[in-house]
Design a binder for this molecule. Structure first.
Ligand code: AGP
Length: 618
């Protein structure tokens, strides 16, 4: 889940690399580095690396005066550490023994230990603790044995020996206009202009430079030269990937006057929900999905649904389970992607597997979906990123239209995912005849009120901050919910953990008495989702259980609900909505709570420690 970038043919190579790396920082910020080639053949390449991410790298590059003038080819990397601690020595690019070759890598080389033993025996000197460095030395070795095959031939032979995932970019001072790139599972896109060719882990890193992109598929190798890109498979067969034009707006990825991306993105939530709902209802009463390659007959024959996802996307899936089972009367199993893939799940062609992923690149979910396809299951993907790896491989896609999300914590995409999943639940119900079209339409119409309710919940940010301030000294928090309030509690706990580094755990409220209640003591802060659902009375009984053991209770409650207020030490108010839609509104104050708590602790909400926005390692 690192970010990689490269360009050849440009005039301000260092600036392009630094700007692209800053945009890729959401993928990891443990360290950063770049390498550029001299303008003439055979000269030494120039490398700069910094242990503290792209800002320190930029300072370093600005302070240094020995960067080669006129360089038009370079590669860069921003790291999320897997093998080897964050340090300058472990920062990419890694070089070979000659110092002529530099390489950046996103992914994991699973057989790096055996490869590195072999290289050391052959006399190579490896300097880092990373899994990546072996690649530079293996390519060096191939170049020594078969110089006539050139850099691309050496990369091809090296990749045949590698197990694991990779997106790589390699340069060599013997071929100063060339970048060789390759991919297996980890994402890699390429951009083209008349005079330049470039690559990156995602499209926004290159926007502003080009709008013409090519996507590299698994086990393909690309040779990028100024103004041209040639793609071949690992066995050398040439392929012509289609050139795609994107119309994203780069401005959408800027902060727009907010202090950080997270607050900007939270305030974009009403729009994200509204856009995801937009035009879903066709004049004939059916629902419009994007890229549906599953027929209605096939959907009618589905007898089981699996939802696979990670993190916040998993919580959105958990919320959808209730809606799909209730409306479409289909059994739904939900699993964390990394567990699903290795547990031999029972699937066949009548199973619908729904992958939920903001990025569409999370490797655990991508591989889980590939496993599902192996069993001939139908695969439907909910994603925010058009043309991401998952959406390209799916039988059907339903896009969340939240716009780019830069903050590491999912907010607007999470709400858009729940919205999209609820739409899907209604579509399944209608197609399978468990809801009449007019009933599905009534529910969709009711969803039309959600953006305003989310807006109202956001307007209470100052009140939420007061509550967060009152409990800022608490070292731990317990989150409780029932039914759809349970995944809301899980999401509230995840947000608080990842942003404020405080211990927080979510539980089904009814489960507490089976063990976890033992940790409740006077002063324990318990945050409960106590909005009005058919289980409100049972939820309040669970609240009474923790109160009677001295807990301090903060409740998410519907506006004007005095009965709930009387049971609480503090209230986070939200507008009331239909029970199955309530997560979309009820999660908002918990996002705001986590945001306020992190700020009160002086933490960087956009770049929480140890995390990355897109997780492309297992
Ligand atoms: C939550 O705030 C995190 N960003 C994380 O849990 C995230 O939801 C998870 O890594 C899944 O990512 P995806 O939706 O891109 O697959």
């Amino acid at each position: 889940m690192c970010g990689i970038i490269g360009i050849t043919g440009g005039e301000e190579t260092l600036d392009v690399l630094l700007e692209g790396l800053a945009r890729l920082e959401y993928r990891g910020y443990d360290s950063a580095g770049l390498a550029v080639l001299p303008a003439t053949d055979g000269g030494p390449l120039w490398r700069a690396r910094a242990a503290n991410g792209t800002r320190s790298l930029e300072d370093l590059v600005k302070r240094t005066e020995d960067a080669p003038p006129g360089s038009s080819t370079g590669i860069g990397h921003t790291r999320w550490a897997t093998h080897g601690r964050p340090s300058e020595a472990n920062a990419h690019p890694h070089v070979d023994c000659t110092g002529q070759l530099a390489l950046v890598h996103n992914g994991i080389i699973e057989n790096h230990l055996e490869l590195s033993d072999e290289l050391v025996l052959a006399g190579h000197h490896l300097e880092s603790d990373t899994d990546t460095e072996v690649l530079a030395h293996l390519i060096e070795s191939e170049l020594g044995t078969h110089p006539e095959a050139g850099l691309v031939g050496a990369v091809r032979e090296t990749l045949r020996r590698v197990r694991g995932y990779f997106a790589i970019a390699v340069i060599h001072s013997g071929e100063p206009d060339l970048i060789v790139a390759a991919r297996r599972v980890s994402p890699l896109v390429m951009g083209l202009t008349e005079t330049e060719a470039m690559l990156a882990s995602d499209i926004p890193a290159l926007l502003g430079r080009t709008r013409s992109f090519l996507l590299l598929e698994d086990d393909q190798i690309a040779e990028l030269r100024p103004g041209s890109i040639r793609v071949t498979t690992l066995d050398g067969t040439e392929v012509i990937p289609p050139l795609r034009t994107v119309d994203y707006d780069l401005d959408a990825a800027r902060k727009d006057g907010y202090p950080d991306y997270m607050s900007k993105e939270m305030h974009e939530q009403p729009m994200a929900v509204a856009n995801t709902l937009l035009d879903r209802l066709l004049p004939d009463g059916t629902l419009a999905l994007d890229e549906v390659r599953i027929s209605d007959d096939e959907l009618r024959s589905i007898d089981k649904v699996f939802i696979v996802a990670c993190g916040s996307s998993y919580h959105a899936g958990l919320m959808a389970k209730y809606a799909i089972e209730h409306w479409a009367r289909l059994p739904v199993e939900i699993d964390i992607s990394s567990e699903f893939r290795y547990r031999d799940p029972v699937l066949d062609s009548r199973t619908l597997v729904i992958g939920v992923s903001q990025s569409g690149e999370t490797v655990d979910t991508l591989q889980a979906l590939r496993e599902a396809r192996r069993w001939n299951a139908k695969v439907l993907v909910i994603s925010n990123v058009v043309d991401s790896s998952m959406t390209r491989e799916a039988d059907a896609v339903l896009y969340t239209r939240a716009g780019p999300e830069i903050g590491v914590a999912s907010t607007k995409t999470h709400l858009a995912q729940i919205t999209a999943l609820e739409i899907l639940a209604l579509y399944l119900a209608q197609t399978r005849g468990t809801l009449y079209p007019h009933e599905a339409r009534e529910f969709l119409d009711a969803m039309g009120a959600l953006p305003d309710k989310v807006e109202t919940a956001l307007e209470r940010a100052a009140d939420v901050e007061v509550v967060a301030t009152a409990y800022r000294a608490s070292p731990s928090f317990i989150f409780l919910g029932r039914h759809v309030g349970y995944p809301v509690a899980l999401e509230g706990a995840l947000k608080l953990k990842e942003l404020s580094y405080l211990w927080a755990e979510g539980f089904p409220a009814g489960e507490l008495k089976h063990g976890p209640i033992a940790v409740v003591e006077p002063g324990t802060v318990v945050i409960g989702v106590a909005t009005r659902t058919h289980l409100w009375e049972k939820m309040m009984a669970n609240v009474a259980e923790v109160k009677s053991r001295g807990a301090t209770v903060v409740l998410v409650a519907n506006d004007g609900d005095e009965e709930t207020e009387r049971q609480a030490d503090a209230v986070l108010w939200v507008p009331e909505t239909h029970q199955l839609f309530s997560p979309i509104v009820d999660v908002v104050p918990l996002q705001l709570f986590a945001y306020s708590m992190a700020r009160l602790h002086g933490l960087d909400v956009d770049r929480p420690r140890n995390l990355a926005k897109v997780v492309t390692v297992e």
